[in-house]
Design a protein around this ligand. Structure first.
Ligand SMILES: [Zn+2]
Length: 250
């Protein structure tokens, strides 16, 4: 099966499905280690800190018209800071949104230039993807970028090496909203609750993966994700959970 076909197959599946699909087609246990968000086999990644009263809201695949600004409004109402992992080509198209995110005090990280599956790319392409996104971000906000989340969580030793060369720390997650598909806010919250409960059992903070954008283009509706975030922030406020950015953990 070609990489392209695998990529197309797993693109819309939840991560567990992606792991099964890729592992089945490649027949490699290593593929699981490269995709499982909690695997530390190939190098250290930031998951979450040891304080169960801390939660990081993280948003991937932006910047995106409407959704990113809507999130900034909600976050400002709760005086909360979040982490945005942005796609370089969208950063080049919407620098003004990126500058608003930065000016509001949120943390911005690298999510590659065009969002490929890094598991299937050459060393040259991996380095280029990380470098181009860093340049797009640093040209736009005038500040260094220190954090990187690989698209689909896919890692292999070369990804760690390319990240290290640029001084980037890899960031994964331990709770996710599965919101890359069009599902209502209640379902996004139910998925996140599952991750939050597991993090609590492990006495860990929560590193929550959500999406303000879409890898395929700018303009995708993310109102359900924004609504879910508003509900989460309301709850965090009530339960004295502190919203943090991922740099609190390493
Ligand atoms: Zn992504």
């Amino acid at each position: 099966m070609s990489n392209l076909m695998i990529s197309a197959m797993v693109d819309e599946l939840p991560l567990a499905g992606a792991v099964v699909a890729v592992a089945a087609s490649a027949g490699l246990g290593l593929t699981y280690a490269a995709l499982s968000p909690t695997s530390q086999l190939f190098g250290r990644t930031i998951l979450a800190g040891g304080d169960p009263n801390e939660a990081a809201l993280t948003f991937d695949d932006g910047p995106n018209d409407v959704a990113t600004d809507a999130l900034l409004d909600v976050l400002a109402r709760y005086n909360a800071r979040a982490t945005f992992f942005m796609i370089g080509r969208f950063v080049r198209e919407r620098p003004e949104i990126v500058r608003r995110v930065h000016a509001a005090g949120h943390l911005i990280g690298n999510h590659t230039q065009t969002h490929p599956w890094l598991s299937f790319q050459s060393s040259r392409v991996i380095r280029q993807q990380l470098r181009e996104c860093n340049h797009a971000l640093e040209d736009t906000i005038g500040a260094p970028v220190r954090y990187f989340r690989p698209p689909h969580g896919a890692r292999r030793p070369m990804v760690f090496q390319a990240a290290r060369e640029l001084g980037l720390k890899l960031v994964q997650w331990n709770a996710m909203g599965y919101d890359w598909r069009p599902i209502p806010a209640e379902r996004i919250l139910a998925h996140i609750d599952h991750g939050l409960a597991r993090a609590q059992r492990q006495h860990k903070g929560a590193n929550i993966l959500l999406h303000d954008g879409h890898q395929q283009g700018i303009g995708v509706d993310r109102s359900a994700s924004v609504q879910a975030v508003e509900e989460l922030l309301r709850r965090f406020h009530r339960e004295a959970v502190r919203p943090v950015t991922v740099d609190a953990w390493g």
